[in-house]
Design a protein around this ligand. Structure first.
Ligand code: HEC
Length: 193
């Protein structure tokens, strides 16, 4: 009698702990899935923007490419959001377009953490956060190629006066110059629905 109930108890315990492990595991898996999905979405979005940008630069030169960005980039990112059924944005602590300002304290906090790690020469790893059952993926943006410097580099040195004028006309409050290669520039935010 004692033996049976002990077995029974052990069995129930195992079943229960197994179930708990499973739900922990599936939570972990879900997190990994969203992390991988976020990374893929950013990779695709970055490639799309870059190909449009390169095309505009090659065909019309830098000043016209700036105008192209001004008129089209936000629509391009909105259509990427629709395709991927999520909300994709770019934001920064040093903005060109104030429409890209951080939306809430969490975004400012994550940007500051990335910035701190960058200053301390630590790795900038993407982050996945869950709030109210929603997953949000943050991926740091680094000035990874010389092309970026043509519009975000040092004035006079990388950015000729004619380009500077164009930037100032379209973005009178621009803060997004003076960058060097490998500098921390901002981040992608992918909010899953
Ligand atoms: C042809 C000029 C040009 C080039 C080249 C360029 N950018 Fe930009 N960038 C802009 C303009 C213009 C905006 C503002 C777009 C808008 O109005 O939303 C911008 C906005 C951004 C933003 C959004 C935050 C903000 O400040 O508004 C990030 C992040 C960014 N650029 C990073 C990069 C990176 C990284 C590269 C290199 C891969 C790059 N840019 C290359 C012109 C350029």
């Amino acid at each position: 009698m004692m033996k049976i109930s002990l077995k029974f108890f052990v069995l129930i315990f195992l079943l229960f702990s197994c179930k708990q492990n499973q739900s922990n595991l599936s939570q972990k898996k879900e997190k990994l899935d969203y992390q991988a999905l976020g990374r893929d979405i950013v990779t695709q979005s970055q490639a799309t923007i870059l190909s449009h940008l390169s095309f505009a630069i090659q065909n019309q030169g830098i000043p016209a490419a700036i105008e192209y960005c001004n008129a089209n980039i936000s629509h391009l990112i909105d259509s990427l959001s629709k395709v991927h059924h999520c909300n994709i944005r770019r934001t920064s602590l040093k903005l060109r377009n104030t429409a890209n300002s951080p939306r809430n304290e969490d975004e400012v906090f994550v940007l500051q953490q990335f910035h701190e790690n960058y200053v301390k020469n630590k790795r900038l790893d993407p982050r996945l956060v869950e709030t109210d059952g929603k997953f949000i993926y943050y991926q740091p943006i680094v000035i990874m190629m010389n092309t970026c410097l043509k519009c975000h580099g040092e004035l006079k040195k990388d950015i000729p006066t004619e380009v500077e004028k164009k930037i100032n006309r379209l973005y009178p409050n621009d803060q997004a110059t003076g960058y060097k290669l490998n500098d921390f520039r901002g981040m992608w935010v992918v909010e899953f629905e």
